[in-house]
Design a protein around this ligand. Sequence first.
Ligand SMILES: Nc1ncnc2c1ncn2[C@@H]1O[C@H](COP(=O)(O)OP(=O)(O)OP(=O)(O)O)[C@@H](O)[C@H]1O
Ligand SMILES: [Mg+2]
Length: 122
Amino acid sequence: MKTISCFSYKGGAGRSTLAINVVPFLAEELGASPEHPLILVDMDMDSCGITYLFNLDRDVDKEYNVQALFGSGQIPRARGSIADHPLFNNLPAVGNLFGLKDAESVLCLPAEPGAAISGAGN
Ligand SMILES: Nc1ncnc2c1ncn2[C@@H]1O[C@H](COP(=O)(O)OP(=O)(O)OP(=O)(O)O)[C@@H](O)[C@H]1O
Ligand SMILES: [Mg+2]
């Protein structure tokens, strides 16, 4: 899996804005599809800009978050569409926000402080 990080030592430097705005370019360059989706993760546990910038349903955050997915050191492997995997099927696809043909080609995994991590590693 290719991983691209937007990192800075201080807050408010534009990480979330940059990550979101390069999505349409990356989706095209990397040939994102439901089988090989682009996954956008905000690992800022204190202030998750993606949750707010996409106005996502906060209920989604309660079950799965970055810690739940990566805290165990295991990255779930899905057959077929990753969106059908139990760890992902409750997460929002946001490709339509970018005018992409298939909304599933971009999945957004918002991090959220205090989110429950029960269910991790299943
Ligand atoms: N290139 C830019 N030019 C001007 N303003 C920008 C630019 N990039 C981001 N901003 C603005 O700066 C502010 C912070 O951006 P953003 O939330 O993306 O930063 P962040 O590093 O993710 O911050 P946080 O610490 O809250 O996670 C926002 O109001 C955003 O609109
Ligand atoms: Mg941010």
